[in-house]
Structures are given as C-alpha cells and as structure tokens.
Design a protein around this ligand. Structure first.
Ligand code: ATP
Ligand code: TYR
Length: 328
C-alpha cells in the first residue's frame, strides 16, 4: 500500500485530494491532529478517527490529540474540573487503544487558547465572520435548538487551533466538515495558510441508525464495556437487511450500524470473519470481504442475529487489549 492509500484508507472525504497527495509525497515529519471534547469515554465512533491517527503515524506523520477542554466548556459539557478529569481518562484510553505514547502529543486546549495572541486572533476572526456563517459551521456540533453565543465562537476557535497547533492536516469525522470549511475561509483572512482536511465516516447511533454514536446521547461501545455488555448492545442494534440508507425512498435516511461496524472496524483488521451457525441452520459462514457479507444479509442468506453475534465477538476482540491495559 502506498502512503496516499494508507493515509486515505477508510476516509469518507478529503479536502482537497491534490493537497493530500502533496502531503503523501513526503509524509515524514508532517503533522496531523484530531480534537475531542472530553465528555465521555472513548467509543467506537472516536476509535475510527484514532485508527486514522495510528495509520498516519505509520505513514510518518507526527500526531497531536487535542483534548479540547475549553471547547467542551463552551459546548456546555460541565465545569472545567469535571472536563479535565474526563480528559485524563480519555488520554489513558487513547494509549490503551494503541496510540504510541512516545509518538503522540496530547495537548489540552487551555494550554494555548487562553493566551493573549490567540485571544486577539479570535477576536479578529469574529470580526471577519457573519452570524449566519458561524451558525452554519456549528450546526453539526450543537444539534439542539437553543444555541448559545459560546457555541458560535467554538468553530472559530477550532479553525485557529489548526494554526496554533501548527498542523499540516486536520482530521475528524464527517460532522466536522463545515467547521473545516470555515477554517479554510477564515485562516487566509488572518494571513494564515489553508490546510487540507480528512474526514472519516460517521458510525450511526446503534439503536436507531440515525445521527451518530455520541457520548452525550444513545448507546456507545467502549473499552469500559464487558463482553456481555457488548453482546447485549449489539443484539439490540438496528439492523435491517440492507445497507441502503433510504430503502423506501421516502427521504428518511438511516444507516445500518451493524454493517458500518463490519465495514469500518472489522474488515480492515481481520482476513476472514467466521459466522458460527449450527449445522441444522446451514453451518458456519466465512467472509473474506465486506461486500459479500452485505450481499448475504440483503439476500437473506445471513440472518441479522447471526451477523450480530459474530460482530459482538469481533468487537470484543478489537477492544480486549485496551480493556486489559486499562484494568492492569
Ligand atoms: N459516531 C462517530 N463516528 C465517527 N466519528 C465520530 C463519531 N463520534 C465522534 N466522532 C469523531 O470524533 C471526534 C470527536 O467528536 P466528539 O467529541 O463530538 O464526540 P462525542 O463526544 O461522542 O459527541 P458529543 O459530544 O456530540 O456527544 C470528531 O472528529 C468526531 O467527528
Ligand atoms: N469539534 C470537535 C472537537 C474539537 C474541538 C477543537 C478542535 O480544534 C478540534 C475538534 C467535536 O465535535 O467534538
């Protein structure tokens, strides 16, 4: 696999491909980051971006994890004290998940976002940005109806982080794209350089297939779950026999989170997925690629319950090393 393929593996979108190719031509020492609001445990949604950081490290990048305490505060996730405790726990979980401690820089937002220079740049960015532009950028981040002024300042700070962390690439889930687009407009207005962005797909909410698996609502799967808990959560997951987000064509889109987890977490890691079934139901099934599994679910050859039990076992294997390290 060449560097560009490794860097963009499993990505839903890159902005722009040309800029990414330039980085991939000479990745050594280039810098990338993902920011996380410390507001819960590291879940399978976050882990997609963490896996991307590990792949970027393999490609030669230096990686920064921003534990965005000020952003979490601005987004109403608790007091600074609570947020910092969560940040410490998340940092341990990133390392347990596989980010190399010696190659990863963990930075708290408050280490630089309260400095005078940053604050003055923020005010300059505020002056350049209309309310409607800021509102659009934060729409995916603040999904409720009662946006606060703090939540409009939030995307502008995220744009500035790209400059102040001195990164060559901003990484996040697809829900970060509007903020990254705002950053691409705002940074040049402050005489800073535009940087490319890479977005991973979004793992949908397990129970509904709508929206995203998130710390603040719905069900998440993390290293803090036991094997039995994972099994129960996957058993209850939404799993229609299709990957089509809108099979009825009525405009109500839902993803199939069971298939997403196979596609984005399981198949990139394992050669063959074995679905165990008693002989009387046709015996075991083996899959070497995601597409065949999806087709079998769609045709009815693979029953959702069988797909779920094999998935629970695979996810358990994925998080077992981290779970052990956390409990050591
Ligand atoms: N379900 C998901 N699938 C893929 N990526 C995700 C998912 N949830 C979060 N991410 C990514 O992880 C990073 C941090 O996200 P964020 O802190 O918003 O997650 P969260 O705490 O679960 O969400 P929220 O705070 O809205 O409940 C972002 O880049 C985001 O795109
Ligand atoms: N916006 C990200 C968190 C974040 C904050 C600051 C950043 O610079 C980057 C990312 C989220 O939705 O959780």
């Amino acid at each position: 696999m060449d560097a560009y393929e490794l860097i963009t593996r499993n990505a839903a979108e890159v902005v722009t491909e040309e800029e990414l190719r330039t980085l991939a031509d000479d990745p050594d020492g280039k810098r990338a980051y993902v920011g996380y609001e410390p507001s819960g445990v590291l879940h399978l949604g976050h882990m997609l971006t963490a896996t991307k950081l590990i792949e970027l490290q393999e490609a030669g990048f230096e990686v920064t994890v921003l534990l965005a305490d000020v952003h979490a505060y601005l987004n109403d996730k608790g007091s600074f004290e609570e947020i910092r405790e969560t940040a410490d726990r998340m940092q341990e979980q990133f390392i347990a998940y596989g980010l190399d401690e010696s190659q990863t820089e963990f930075v708290l937002g408050s280490e630089f976002q309260l400095d005078e220079e940053y604050t003055l740049d923020l005010h300059a960015a505020e002056l350049e940005t209309t309310l409607s532009r800021a509102k659009r950028a934060m729409a995916e981040i603040q999904r409720g109806d009662h946006a606060k002024v703090s939540q409009m300042v939030y995307p502008l700070m995220q744009a500035l982080d790209i400059e102040y962390l001195d990164v060559d690439l901003a990484v996040g889930g697809l829900d970060q794209r509007k903020v990254h687009m705002l950053a691409r407009e705002t940074l040049p207005e402050l005489d800073y350089e535009v940087r490319p962005a890479l977005h991973t797909p979004i793992i949908a909410d397990l129970d509904s297939g709508v929206g995203k698996m998130a710390s603040s609502s719905g069900v998440t799967i993390s290293m803090e779950d036991s094997e039995d808990e994972i099994e129960a959560k996957i058993n209850d997951a939404y799993c229609p026999p299709t990957a089509d987000p809108d099979p009825d064509g009525d405009g109500n889109e839902r993803e199939n989170p069971v298939l997403q987890l196979y596609q984005y977490h399981v198949f990139p890691r394992v050669e063959t997925v074995v679905v165990e079934r008693p002989e009387q139901y046709g015996g075991n099934l083996e899959y070497d690629d995601y597409e065949t599994l999806e087709a079998d679910l769609e045709s009815g050859d693979l029953h959702p319950m069988d797909a779920k039990s094999a998935l629970a076992a695979e996810l358990n294997a994925l998080i077992e090393p981290g779970r052990q390290q956390l409990n050591a």
